[in-house]
Design a protein around this ligand. Sequence first.
Ligand SMILES: Cc1cc2nc3c(=O)[nH]c(=O)nc-3n(C[C@H](O)[C@H](O)[C@H](O)COP(=O)(O)O)c2cc1C
Length: 183
Amino acid sequence: MAQTFVTLLGSLRKASFNAGIARALPALAPEGATISPLGSVGDFPLYDADLQAEGFPPAVSAMGEAIRAADGVIIVSPEYNYSIPGGLKNAIDWLSRLPEQPFKGKPVLIQSASPGALGGARMQYQLRQCFVFLDARVFNAPEVMVGGAMAKFDKDSGDLTDQGTKDFIGKQLAAFAAFARVR
Ligand SMILES: Cc1cc2nc3c(=O)[nH]c(=O)nc-3n(C[C@H](O)[C@H](O)[C@H](O)COP(=O)(O)O)c2cc1C
């Protein structure tokens, strides 16, 4: 059966390594699965309950709708100061306040890249903690934490070039698709 997944990107940087991973995903998806990007976390205002009381910003409502309609969400993000980048956390905070909270019961996959050796691992475990409260179904293994990013992406285009990393991501996507199929 066909499956649709959406990607949420935690970096706003034009030459982002994580954006390079997100762009590579559609071609690495298993047969029958399509992967498309959600809007930018940069389009959300800073979370403010007073602003929410005036009505959810259209970008937040639209992203919530797209997440509800998808079979799963793939979050691709850098690690900032051993934690979740503020823009991504802000987006999750907004989405979490929507009626029919869109992450509830939703299969979620986390991927990260960094020039450092750990590939954003610490951020991934902090993200998992948020999704405990939001009652999402976060995929456990295998984990994709792309360390040493300087050597794995094209310097001009920012595209992911490392074949071993591509192969491993393909395996993870296939396992995630199987996980998402089980209710
Ligand atoms: C504010 C800030 C904090 C950072 N903290 C970390 C960190 O804790 N761990 C890490 O591996 N890299 C850290 N970095 C380096 C990022 O991994 C690097 O800038 C990476 O390229 C960001 O991802 P992107 O290429 O997708 O934008 C930090 C970068 C910034 C700007």
